[in-house]
Design a protein around this ligand. Structure first.
Ligand code: 5GP
Length: 178
């Protein structure tokens, strides 16, 4: 059975998230508008959905969307292995790709996915992650757009889950074991 957890006050409020997501979108618009090309936005299911959709609302560059699903986590810890559950179906060869993640912890998932997308011969690939937990890093990953750098705590809400629960919370919370 999944151990019980408790959550307290928001660690990152819904207002702070809203502001930061808008800032990130403005930066992405600035970087990609000069290309004049459509941006292939690849959203990592399920955790990055809330973030990616809010980000997309502020993008003024033209976008093409696809999803992929991978996992390396079970409960509150990394398994150390990446499993691809759903691959992209949209062709991305020759396009600029933006991979949108919820959080980078060990870096295993993001680096595996970046390599996977690179094998489709895109013109460029960049990584955008709402959260970065650098203390958990096992392999180096360049995150081109970061929302918030956070300490090595297990967080949930705004798309992030604890065994599929809590994704719908509008803010981000630190989960503590009971
Ligand atoms: P990594 O491969 O970098 O260790 O972990 C990436 C994935 O692990 C994330 O996409 C996310 O699904 C999960 N993950 C890592 N840290 C956390 C966390 O603090 N909270 C939640 N809910 N998921 C996390």
């Amino acid at each position: 059975m999944t151990p019980a957890i408790k959550i307290g006050e928001p660690f990152i409020t819904a207002d702070a998230i809203r502001l930061r997501v808008k800032e990130m979108a403005l930066q992405i618009n600035q970087d990609y508008t000069p290309t004049g090309r459509a941006l292939s936005v690849i959203i990592v299911l399920k955790g990055a959905c809330f973030f990616a959709i809010d980000l997309l609302r502020h993008l003024t560059v033209s976008t093409r969307l696809d999803f992929l699903q991978a996992s390396s986590y079970s409960g509150m810890g990394s398994t150390g292995e990446v499993h691809l559950h759903k691959d992209i179906t949209m062709p991305i060869a020759g396009t600029d790709v933006l991979l949108v993640e919820d959080i980078v912890d060990t870096g295993l998932t993001a680096s595996w996915l970046l390599q996977h997308l690179s094998s489709h011969s895109p013109a460029s690939v960049r990584l955008c992650s709402l959260l970065d937990k650098p203390r958990g890093r096992r392999i180096p990953v360049k995150i081109d757009y970061v929302g918030f750098v956070i300490p090595d705590e297990f967080v949930l809400g705004y798309g992030l889950d604890y065994d599929e629960a809590y994704r719908n919370l509008p803010a981000i919370y630190v989960a503590k074991p009971y």
